[in-house]
Design a protein around this ligand. Structure first.
Ligand SMILES: *Cc1c(COP(=O)(O)O)cnc(C)c1O
Length: 423
């Protein structure tokens, strides 16, 4: 029945060997080393199948039961399954699964509720906020007025809600936005809700990074605190295809749906939506709770071993899957140098700004680490301890090329024992 799948790959190998070889090269790269970039993961074999399916051929502008083209029997089925699973998993009233990725999902929310010049309260970029939260280089940052709040790294990253209330009263935001891409703690959503209620703003949580941890029940769900809108990517801790979802209360359903289509996008990517449905089905299984728990346990173990060996982590630890290390303070190395040294021993991380970083984004003072991908491969606490020790050894002795070469062999030998799903 599935002969055509193999035939398709054979056709690619034969007819476009350059692209085929690049894909095989990436397969080997992903197997060889330890992936610690916290936004990355290894998806499911079933997602590869759905994502590479015939649904890529189909135009399905509109929503299930209300499309602008014929032939929607199966697309409607696929999108309806994705929507109902999203609602069940995140305990929400409405779900839109059409955003093409994380950035357009956030844009669709802003454009649904704001006029140019309106104010959004969002977390400062260097304290963990995302580019799409109004960075000056983003288009959204030019159109809307983003006002930033900060964390207190010296108080384990606590957000000063008295200060936030003061800023909110002064700037009258239409949206109070929380969510992060490099902040290693959980939120007190009730405090954000209180501030938004005080100034009559909509509450929005961007859980792009931690969607899988919320789905797995190991981090707080903003809907349990009365939030209006939650945005989530599907390709990070949820392990799915590259896409975004907007989850919301029923009273915002129409505004959100209209904003995504026809407001911002055309035809939805139905192959991706099928892959989202598969991903959410997996996340509803009991095993996923165990996976989410293990991601957290691994992050705590890795954080501890690093700190025990002199590393300075922002907020002194983690409540989620990620860590931000101040490499300058820890090892006298810039983030870029640290990233490159770890690359030499096949451990992939990314350079990262730290709160109020004195250095620019391309030469920042830290690196960011996370455990979802390694956890997907089956690595547990014992492996985290090995990884932490390898990292410290390499960063402390980075001039010793022989040692780095030896560590690389050890890292790759360990990786060999943990298969990458679907490869
Ligand atoms: C990753 C991320 C996004 C954007 O996702 P893309 O798919 O890269 O566009 C948005 N918000 C947060 C908090 C993120 O971490």
């Amino acid at each position: 029945m599935l002969d055509h799948v193999l035939k398709n790959w054979e056709a690619l190998e034969k007819n476009d060997p350059d692209v085929f070889q690049a894909i095989i090269g990436e397969e080997n790269r992903e197997k060889k080393g330890i992936e610690l970039i916290p936004s990355e993961n290894y998806t499911y074999p079933e997602v590869f199948a759905a994502n590479g399916s015939v649904l890529t051929n189909k135009y399905a502008e509109g929503y299930p039961g209300k499309r602008y083209y014929g032939g929607q029997e199966f697309t409607d089925k696929v999108e309806s399954i994705a929507i109902s699973r999203a609602k069940e998993l995140f305990r929400c009233e409405h779900a839109n699964v059409q955003p093409l990725s994380g950035s357009p999902m956030n844009q669709a929310v802003y454009l649904a509720f704001l006029n140019p010049g309106d104010t959004v309260l969002g977390m400062d970029l260097s304290h963990g906020g995302h580019l799409t939260h109004g960075a000056p280089v983003s288009h959204m940052g030019r159109i809307f007025n983003f006002v930033r709040y900060k964390t207190r790294p010296e108080e384990n990253g606590r957000i000063d809600f008295d200060e936030l209330m003061r800023i909110a009263k002064e700037t009258k935001p239409k949206i109070v936005l929380c969510g992060y891409t490099s902040y290693p703690r959980d939120y007190d959503y009730a405090d954000f809700k209180k501030i938004a209620d005080e100034v009559g703003a909509i509450t929005m949580a961007d859980v792009a990074h931690i969607g899988g941890l919320i789905a797995g029940g190991v981090m707080r769900n903003p809907f349990d605190y009365g939030f209006d809108i939650v945005t989530a990517t599907t390709h990070k801790s949820l392990r799915g295809p590259r896409a975004g979802m907007i989850l919301c209360k029923e009273k915002y359903a129409q505004a959100i749906d209209k904003s995504v289509f026809p407001g911002l996008q055309g035809g939805p990517h139905m192959h991706t939506i099928a892959a989202i449905a598969v991903t959410l089905g997996k996340a509803l299984q009991p095993e996923f709770k165990q996976y989410a728990k293990q991601i957290l346990a691994n992050a705590k173990t890795l954080a501890q071993i690093l700190m025990d060996n002199g590393a300075k982590l922002i907020t002194n630890g983690t409540d989620n899957h990620m860590m931000v290390m101040n490499t300058v303070e820890s090892f006298g190395l810039g983030g870029k140098e640290a990233e490159q040294i770890l690359d030499k021993i096949s451990i992939t991380t990314n350079k990262q700004v730290i709160p109020d970083d004195p250095n620019p984004p391309l030469r920042p003072s830290g690196i960011r680490l996370g455990t979802p991908a390694a956890t997907t491969r089956g690595m547990k606490e014992a492996e985290m301890k090995m990884i932490g020790n390898w990292m410290v050894k390499a960063l402390k002795n980075h001039q010793d090329e022989n040692l780095l070469a030896q560590l690389k062999v050890e890292v790759e030998e360990m990786c060999n024992k943990f298969a990458v799903p679907g490869l």
